[in-house]
Design a protein around this ligand. Structure first.
Ligand SMILES: O=C(O)C1=C[C@@H](OP(=O)(O)O)[C@@H](O)[C@H](O)C1
Ligand SMILES: C=C(OP(=O)(O)O)C(=O)O
Length: 418
C-alpha cells in the first residue's frame, strides 16, 4: 500500500484492542478452570485462532503464525486425557523452536511426537494424565515455553515446580503469567530460578475472587489494551510532536512493554500522563527536548518493541545501540535481518550480531521506498510512523491483522496528508 507523507493530528484518541498476551493466557485458563468472564479481549487474529482451537474438538489444529497459541496449546493438549491432537502452523511456525517445551513435557510424562522435523512443529499429541511435578527447562530461548507450563501447573494433581536453566529471556512475560495466575486465585512462588505452583485443590482458586476493578462476585477480568501496539503511537508522537490519547491503559500494567513510558520519556522526550479514573493515557511530546547523544538499551525484557524504537531513532536521526535481542531471530521472521534490510531503505546503515543491532551511519533518503514486511505484523506497523518523514510503500499491509487488525484505520484517523 502506498502511503503519502502525512502529518499527525493533535489530541486524537485511539482505542487499541486488548493485550494479545493477556488475552491468550486468560483463554487457556478459562478453558482449564472455567467461570472466567473476559472483557476487552484482543481482536487479534492470534487470539481468534486460539479461541477457535479451544472451542473445537477437531483432531488437526492449525494456528498459522501464532507463537503463543502454538506454545500454550502444546501443554494444554498434552493434559487432555484420551484426546489425540495434531498441532500445526504456518511454514514459519515449522521453523520456530518448540523442543525445550516438548522435552519438558515428555519428562513430566506427556506423549508428544514430531511429525516432520525433530524439534519443530507439527506435533502429534496424545493427551494423558500427568502426575510428576518437577521439571527443568532452558529459559534462554523463549519465555513462552515456561508460561505454557505455568498455565497448566495448577491443573496437575500435584502442582508443578519448574527449574529455569540458564539466562532468563523475556522475563516480564513470566511475571505477567504469574500475576494473572494470582489474580484468578492460583498460588505461585518465584524464587531464584525456581517457580512453584500449587495444584488448584490446594490454592484459593475455588474461592470467588474479584479481579481488575470489578466488584461483582463472578470472576471478571478486564484486559488492559495492548502495550506492544501502543508503541506505534509513541513513535508517532515522538516523530510528529503532537499529543495522542490512548484508551484502556492502567497506571500499573502487567505488560513488560509498558517500559515504553520510561523509554520514550528518557530518549525521545515523550511524557505519559495517566488519568487513572478514566484508564486513559496521554502521550505529550516535549517540543524543546534535548536528545541524548545515543539511544543505548538492553531490550531483552521488551523484545516486541525493538523494531518500533529503531524506526523512531532513524526518523529522528538518533544513533542507536540495542542489545538483548537474541530472540528476535526466531520470531515471525528473523527480525534482526529484516530490520537491517529495511532500515537501510529509510536511510540508516546498521550492524547486527546474533543479539544486537546498532546504527553505523545515516544518509540521504532516496525516492520510491518500498518496505518489505516478511509476514511480520511488527515490520509493517513499526515502519508506518516513518510516513511522517517521507511517503512509503508498505508491502502486504494486511499482515497487521496478526495482532492489531484495526491498525490502519486508527493510523489514518489520527494523521492527514499534506
Ligand atoms: O508470552 C507472551 O505472550 C510473549 C512472549 C514473548 O516471546 P518470547 O518469550 O519468545 O521472547 C513475546 O515476544 C511474544 O510476542 C509474546
Ligand atoms: C513474537 C510475537 O508473537 P508470537 O511469538 O506469539 O508469534 C509478536 O507478537 O511480536
Amino acid at each position: 500500500m502506498k502511503i503519502e507523507k502525512v502529518k499527525l493530528l493533535d489530541g486524537k484518541t485511539v482505542a487499541i484492542t486488548g493485550s494479545k498476551s493477556i488475552s491468550n493466557r486468560l483463554l487457556i485458563l478459562g478453558k482449564l478452570f472455567g467461570d472466567l468472564k473476559i472483557e476487552n479481549l484482543s481482536n487479534s487474529q492470534d487470539t481468534q485462532l486460539l479461541q477457535k482451537a479451544l472451542n473445537e474438538d477437531s483432531e488437526t489444529v492449525d494456528i498459522h503464525h501464532a507463537g503463543t497459541a502454538m506454545r500454550f496449546l502444546t501443554s494444554f493438549y498434552a493434559i487432555q486425557e484420551g484426546r489425540k491432537t495434531i498441532l500445526t502452523g504456518s511454514e514459519r511456525m515449522k521453523q520456530r523452536p518448540i523442543k525445550p517445551l516438548v522435552d519438558a513435557l515428555r519428562e513430566l510424562g506427556a506423549e508428544i511426537n514430531y511429525l516432520e522435523n525433530e524439534g519443530f512443529p507439527p506435533l502429534e499429541i496424545f493427551g494423558k494424565k500427568i502426575e510428576k511435578n518437577f521439571v527443568k527447562i532452558p529459559a534462554n530461548i523463549s519465555s513462552q515455553f515456561i508460561t505454557s507450563l505455568l498455565l497448566i501447573g495448577a491443573n496437575l494433581e500435584n502442582g508443578l515446580e519448574i527449574e529455569l536453566q540458564g539466562e532468563i529471556t523475556s522475563r516480564s512475560y513470566i511475571k505477567m503469567t504469574l500475576k494473572i495466575l494470582k489474580d484468578i486465585g492460583i498460588e505461585t512462588r518465584f524464587e531464584g530460578n525456581l517457580i512453584k505452583i500449587l495444584s488448584s485443590d490446594s490454592s484459593l482458586l475455588n474461592q470467588q475472587l474479584d479481579v481488575h476493578f470489578h466488584s461483582s462476585k463472578i470472576k471478571h477480568y478486564t484486559v488492559e489494551s495492548d502495550w506492544s501496539s501502543a508503541s506505534y503511537f509513541y513513535s508517532l508522537a515522538a516523530i510528529g510532536k503532537k499529543r495522542i490519547h490512548l484508551k484502556s491503559f492502567y497506571a500499573f500494567s502487567l505488560q513488560g512493554d509498558s517500559a515504553l513510558k520510561n523509554i520514550y520519556l528518557k530518549f525521545f522526550g515523550v511524557n505519559t500522563i495517566s488519568d487513572a479514573a478514566e484508564h486513559l493515557i496521554t502521550l505529550v511530546p516535549d517540543v524543546s527536548f534535548k536528545y541524548p547523544e545515543k539511544f543505548i538499551l538492553d531490550m531483552n525484557d521488551c523484545p516486541d518493541i525493538a523494531q518500533t524504537v529503531c524506526v523512531t531513532c532513524v526518523a529522528l536521526k538518533l544513533p542507536f545501540e540495542i542489545s538483548g535481542l537474541g530472540t528476535l531471530k526466531v520470531k515471525e521472521t528473523d527480525r534482526l535481518v529484516a530490520l537491517q534490510n529495511e532500515l537501510e531503505k529509510i536511510g540508516c546503515k546498521t550492524e547486527i550480531t546474533e543479539n544486537s543491532i546498532k546504527s553505523l551511519e545515516f544518509f540521504e533518503l532516496k525516492n520510491d521506498i518500498s518496505i518489505a514486511t516478511y509476514n511480520d505484523h511488527r515490520m509493517a506497523m513499526s515502519f508506518a510512523p516513518f510516513c511522517l518523514v517521507k511517503e512509503l510503500d508498505i508491502q502486504n499491509e494486511d499482515v497487521v491483522e496478526k495482532s492489531y487488525p484495526d491498525f490502519w484505520k486508527d493510523f489514518f484517523e489520527i494523521t492527514e496528508g499534506f
